[in-house]
Write a protein that binds this ligand. Structure first.
Ligand code: NAD
Length: 358
């Protein structure tokens, strides 16, 4: 039996990070150290399934605290890093961009500094096997026309929002630490994720929760903006593939080949709920749709070409958009214990005028 590899997952209490921790522990091949500051988006309840597992450790820390991160890397004898900790919500980045600069840009540079010191102190064999995997977004590439084009790994960076600009900057810093200091890094840029434990301010959980509570389903503009959607557990498997099979210094696009307009997403949720949770009086949930003023700088379309990940890493999504969305709706129906308390804290009604598209 092979020894377990120790992976530090930053942001492991968030939406994707918790799916990654659950996935890695589920494989039986890793010891997982979850490093998370526990901002409003971090929730240890999302790790209920693996809490208590002897191969899982939680360490509360801020990635901006270089000394603390360096100490944790040494104490936990970390061999691989998956970096997901970030401020992740586009609308929040429009309201308050500086938190995004601090965590996503400065925090990533701080983590890179700690990781470099740690890597330099490893044995030659461990240095060879070490990877820092930076988990990023397709939003760094800017937007595409409605009717043509896809993002490849060679697409130029053209971010539009403070969020995507901060992620673009962090991608550049990760590459710089590789080119300048030789730190072995891999990067991935993924499209919109959805699935269980998604914070209820984001589009899909917001629409499910509002529909269940008979509240308006707000849609930006005409709902014509297009996103590519990927089930979070498919992303978690892709990330393990990038970490273990990706070539050092390279980046991999990850996506579901599932482009949908925002309106199509909302309509699909309504028809799933109409089937399993009919409203009183036989009316459709579609009646709850309410169009609201568009988000400033709203990117028209993102579309990812995941061919490189499919061919080089042998990865493919298991869920279609429809099967993944059905699982997601079922999960929200069964797990009000997780999202209702968050929604009660975060939503006083005044924020409900907005649809969250990521
Ligand atoms: P999330 O907001 O749900 O989780 C972020 C986590 O990071 C939280 O647990 C939070 O507590 C933690 N965190 C924030 N600041 C921190 C700091 N300074 N130090 C330590 N921990 C900190 O985000 P998510 O949706 O799970 O996204 C995870 C990563 O994946 C992000 O880097 C994001 O840019 C990227 N990404 C997300 C999507 C998506 O659709 N959600 C798509 C592509 C890429």
């Amino acid at each position: 039996r092979q020894a377990l590899q120790t992976v530090m997952v930053t942001g492991g209490a968030g939406f994707i990070g918790s799916a990654v921790c659950r996935h890695l522990i589920g494989t039986g091949n890793y010891r997982v150290v979850n490093l998370d500051k526990l901002t409003y988006a971090g929730n240890l309840a999302s790790l209920r399934d693996i809490d208590g597992n002897s191969n899982y450790v939680f360490r509360q820390a801020d990635i901006c605290d270089t000394d603390c991160v360096r100490q944790i890397l040494a104490d936990e004898k970390v061999e691989l890093i998956m970096h997901l900790a970030a401020e992740s919500h586009v609308d929040r980045s429009i309201d308050g961009p500086m938190d995004f600069v601090t965590t996503n840009v400065v925090g990533t540079a701080s983590l890179l500094s700690a990781a470099l010191d740690h890597w330099r102190g490893l044995s030659e064999e461990s240095r060879r096997g070490f990877r820092l995997h930076h988990v990023s977004t397709d939003e760094v590439f800017g937007d595409l026309p409605f009717d043509s084009g896809v993002f490849t790994e060679e697409s130029p960076y053209k971010p539009s929002s403070p969020y995507s600009a901060s992620k673009a900057a962090s991608d550049h810093f990760v590459r710089a630490w590789h080119e300048t200091y030789g730190l072995p890094v891999v990067l991935s840029n993924c499209s919109n994720n959805y699935g269980p434990y998604h914070f209820p301010e984001k589009l899909i959980p917001l629409v499910i929760a509002n529909a269940l509570d008979e509240r308006p389903l707000p849609v930006y503009g005409k709902g014509a903006n297009v996103r590519d959607w990927l089930f979070v557990e498919d992303h978690a498997r892709a990330l393990e593939a990038v970490l273990t099979k990706g070539k050092v210094g390279e980046s991999y696009n990850i996506g579901g080949r599932a482009e949908r307009t925002n309106l199509e997403v909302v309509e699909t949720i309504c028809s799933l709920l109409d089937a399993c949770r009919p409203r009183a009086g036989g009316r459709s949930h579609l009646d709850l749709i309410a169009y609201v003023a568009d988000r400033p700088g709203h990117d028209r379309r993102y579309a990812i070409d995941p061919t490189k990940s499919e061919v080089e890493l042998g990865w493919a999504p298991r869920e279609t958009f429809e099967s993944g969305l059905e699982k997601t709706v079922d999960w929200y129906l069964a797990n009000g214990w997780w999202w209702r308390p968050i929604r009660a804290q975060q939503f006083d009604g005044s924020r409900l005028g907005l649809v969250r598209s990521k």
